[in-house]
Design a protein around this ligand. Structure first.
Ligand code: FRU
Length: 485
């Protein structure tokens, strides 16, 4: 693993020429995605500013141009007509003001019906590397460029630690107010959400208080990327708690969870109905963000980073890593979120897979099961050994995913085997394979499992027990590696 100095990580990008060679090199990787949004060079992490505006989806991501390292973060901007085909639109936000001198960190977007606004964290550090996070805003102009407001909307509160970031902005009609949720950490190291409110979008912001979440006063050390949305009359609060281990998540200290309950904006209390639940049971799913302005009270649209903070991935050797997960539609069924890929994704189906047990480098599998014990060995060698293996135990109602058999192993000390619990017998799986990722949707999305995976040439085979039927297709590409800076 390459060691980066602080100077290298925080080097400022002045012109596209400085990364043109890196882009060419990255674009040649066999692990380049073909229908997932990925960094034009270097590293992508959190999705930011995800919104539907005048018929176009806008999605930015945290981007570090220089390589597979977390350093000076930019917002890179991509657009899509349908959440399936994506265009590179160029750098959305450059860390070029005093307030964001060490990075434009995560945030969200909102439209008032006329303009499109982006809210982000200006990550300021002084010469002693002391951090001051500012909540800042930008407006998209007629050419699609994100123009920053000259001054932040507000700075950090002194009665919290330096961890105050990731503004999620939204409007509550009954209150005739805009709100911002900020992911934060108390001075005694507890994760929480700060709530700000204003009648106007770009001024008048005041601290309303800390969100009360009964039962969650001591749940992780920092709640990154909080989000809230009402779906079918229930409020869904999601966030990424850090600095804590949670049951069934191996040695990982980064998670993405949600609560379903009721949000009272008078008392700033979110009352959960039932326990927290994992958004995804896989190894690599983090910092999920709900899209703004979806316009359907019964569904939400979500996207997340395939990757985790602190983890390392094999393409680091090639100086790039990370990609976005597929956008998903969320609904509430039986007290939990049911997640589905966008219906239009099947338009990418190209050739049907031959019945010889080979896997596509990019494509989809439709797997039918009978609810009884079953095994599916994906990405094994021609002789059936190795691979990423799925074991369904019907008595326990659990699918165990074990990737220890892969040639390229990674994050071995964090986890390589995880369980995906199901509430119904397993009857179907949709599996989306792209060059360096696999996403499983079990039982029409009652549970999902997302992971990076880096199969080598000899590993594109699968085998399964007799009660498993697999149908599959290769996919037409829907992202381009255009070098737009
Ligand atoms: C989550 C996160 C955010 C922060 C951003 C910086 O992965 O740590 O809290 O804004 O990444 O890149």
């Amino acid at each position: 693993m390459r060691e980066w100095t602080r100077e290298e990580r925080y080097r400022v990008l002045h012109s596209a020429d400085e990364i043109a060679e890196l882009h060419d090199r990255n674009a040649k990787s066999v692990y380049r995605q073909t229908y997932h949004v990925q960094p034009i060079t270097g590293l992508s992490s959190d999705p930011n500013g995800f919104v539907l505006y005048k018929g176009t989806w806008h999605l930015c991501y945290q981007w570090c141009p220089w390589g597979a390292v977390h350093g000076l973060k930019y917002w890179y901007h991509a657009t899509s007509p349908d959440l399936i085909h994506w265009n590179n639109a160029g750098v959305g936000m450059w860390p070029d003001t005093e307030y964001d001198n060490k990075g434009c960190h995560s945030g969200s977007a909102i439209t008032d019906g006329k303009e499109l606004y982006f809210f982000y964290t200006g990550n300021h550090r002084d010469e002693n590397w002391v951090r001051t996070p500012y909540t800042c805003a930008a407006i998209m102009d007629a050419e699609g460029a994100l123009k920053k407001l000259p001054e932040p909307l507000f700075g950090p509160r002194p009665d919290y630690s330096e961890h105050q970031r990731d503004p999620k902005v939204f409007y509550i009609a009954e209150k005739e107010r805009y709100y911002i949720f900020i992911g934060a950490q108390t001075l005694d190291g507890k994760g929480c959400v700060q709530v700000y409110q204003s009648k106007e979008l770009l001024s008048g912001w005041e601290f309303a208080g800390q969100l009360k979440v009964p039962g969650y006063e001591d749940f992780g050390g920092m709640w990154e990327c909080p989000c809230i949305q009402n779906i079918s009359g229930k409020d869904v609060l999601l966030f990424s708690p850090q600095y804590t281990k949670l049951p069934g998540r191996g040695e990982s200290t980064n998670h993405n969870v949600y609560l379903i309950g009721h949000m009272d904006y008078d008392t700033l209390t979110f009352t959960p109905e039932g326990d927290y639940q994992y958004l995804d049971f896989g190894f690599d799913y983090y910092a999920a963000q709900l899209a703004s302005n979806v316009g359907d009270p019964d569904k939400a649209v979500i996207i997340a980073w395939i990757g985790l903070p602190d983890n390392h991935y094999p393409t680091e050797e090639e100086d790039w890593e990370g990609s976005m997960a597929l956008p998903r539609e969320l609904r509430i069924v039986d007290g939990k979120l049911v997640q589905a890929p966008m219906a239009g994704i099947s338009e990418l189906r190209d050739k049907e897979l031959p019945a010889d047990g080979t896997l596509p480098a990019a494509g989809e599998l439709e797997v039918t099961l009978d609810g009884k014990d079953a095994e599916l060995h994906l990405f094994c060698k021609a002789d059936g050994t190795g691979g990423m293996n799925l074991y369904y135990d019907a008595a326990k109602g659990v699918v165990t995913v074990d990737r220890t058999g892969m040639n390229k192993r990674f994050n071995t000390k964090v986890f390589e085997v995880l369980d995906m619990p199901l509430s119904k017998p397993l009857t179907n799986l949709r599996i989306f394979i792209d060059r360096c990722s696999v996403e499983l949707f079990a039982n029409d999305g009652e549970a999902t499992f997302t992971t990076h995976l880096y199969p080598t040439e000899e590993e594109f085979h699968f085998t399964a027990t007799d009660n498993v039927t697999v149908k599959g297709w290769t996919y037409k590409p829907s992202v381009k590696d255009d070098f737009v800076v």
